[in-house]
Design a protein around this ligand. Structure first.
Ligand code: NAP
Length: 298
């Protein structure tokens, strides 16, 4: 057994992870319908994870030491509209990977989400019980359980609102804001939704660091600041020197009376700061890391 297998390389975070890992000789990357990336194309495979049966044979042939599993239907709104597909990709494929990882003795690092929490109190610690309020969170909670119960060398990394420009494909909350502002569209942001946003470069570096780490269990990987979506939007626009006038400030209940969007899913990141060498920046440092120096004074 040797090497690393990464799924979801054609996604937003996967593009950054592949930029680091594709330099290695012992790496395989899996993409879906979006297709291959320009870096190290000979080590990439296309696979449809909604048909997880195909997965086990492929992984057994490669027999990687480590599987970094990023692939998912990762947008709550898309998951809501395609829930059957999301259960296959997010849960069934992860279960399949968990079985094969345990059989091979591989390390399995699975990316989950802050959306496993109902958002009722914020500052979530790794030990807090998941209680999702949307299907996306449900699929990830079930997949987490499979990884933690089946794989001895298993890691669940819960990510929290990762921002930055895409390296190849995919997008982020910050790009959504910038694109709307660029098109002079109204940017509807919620005053009562708090997150711990993390820049995508730090997220990718930390995930890569975990490949050779001995840690197992659950890790909360978010930024160092708890902030609501309105203030994040204002800070981002100010940072890149854009106008903030198109922001429309709303409370979630106006558009989400059933409460399917958790309010405060900010993280306690004490454990991540203690055990990772990758420094976790504050919001200002994170914005600089992905969008360059501030173009306006704060
Ligand atoms: N970005 C965030 O803020 C955030 C926050 C919390 C958790 N996460 C988690 O982090 C991981 C990466 O997120 P992301 O933002 O990079 O997601 P993304 O940009 O939507 O990328 C998703 C990846 O999954 C692949 N995928 C989806 N369906 C597939 C299928 N049927 N077969 C094969 N591959 C498939 C996509 O491949 P194709 O495009 O080629 O089909 C793509 O490479 C996900 O597990 C997500 O739940 C992200």
């Amino acid at each position: 057994m040797s090497g690393i297998l990464v799924t979801g390389i054609s996604g937003f975070i996967g593009g950054y992870v592949w930029s680091i890992l594709s330099k290695r000789e012992d790496v395989w990357g899996v993409h879906g319908a979006t297709g291959s990336l320009p870096l190290n194309p000979d080590r990439q495979l296309g696979l449809d994870l909604s048909k997880p049966a195909a997965l086990a044979g492929l992984v057994e042939d490669i027999a990687p030491d480590v599987i970094l599993h990023l692939a998912a239907l990762a947008r709550p709104e898309i998951v809501r509209r395609h829930s059957l597909l999301a259960w296959k990709v997010n849960n069934a494929a992860t279960r399949e990977l968990a079985d094969v990882a345990e059989k091979l003795g591989s390390r399995l690092i699975f990316t989950s989400t802050d959306q496993v929490f109902d958002g009722s109190h914020g500052n979530y610690h790794e030990g807090d019980p998941p209680s999702p309020v949307n299907v996306y969170g449900e699929t990830k909670k079930a997949a987490e359980r499979a990884v933690l119960s089946k794989v001895e060398n298993g890691v669940v990394v819960r990510l929290n609102n990762t921002y930055g420009p895409p390296r190849f494909h995919g997008s982020s909350f910050s790009e959504w804001i910038l694109n709307r502002e660029g098109n002079s569209e109204t940017i509807t942001l919620f005053l009562d939704q708090y997150r711990s946003p993390l820049d995508v470069v730090t997220a990718a570096n930390a995930l890569v660091e975990l490949i050779d780490h001995s840690f197992t269990g659950i890790l909360h990987l978010g930024g160092a600041n708890r902030i609501n979506r309105v203030n994040f939007g204002k800070m981002l626009l100010q940072h890149v020197g854009r106008d903030q006038n198109s922001i429309l400030e709303l409370h979630s209940a106006k558009v989400d009376p059933e409460g399917k969007m958790p309010l405060d899913t900010s993280f306690d990141i004490t454990l991540a700061k203690q055990m990772l060498r990758t420094p976790i920046p504050n919001l200002l440092q994170g914005l600089e890391q992905v969008y360059g120096p501030a173009r306006a004074k704060y």
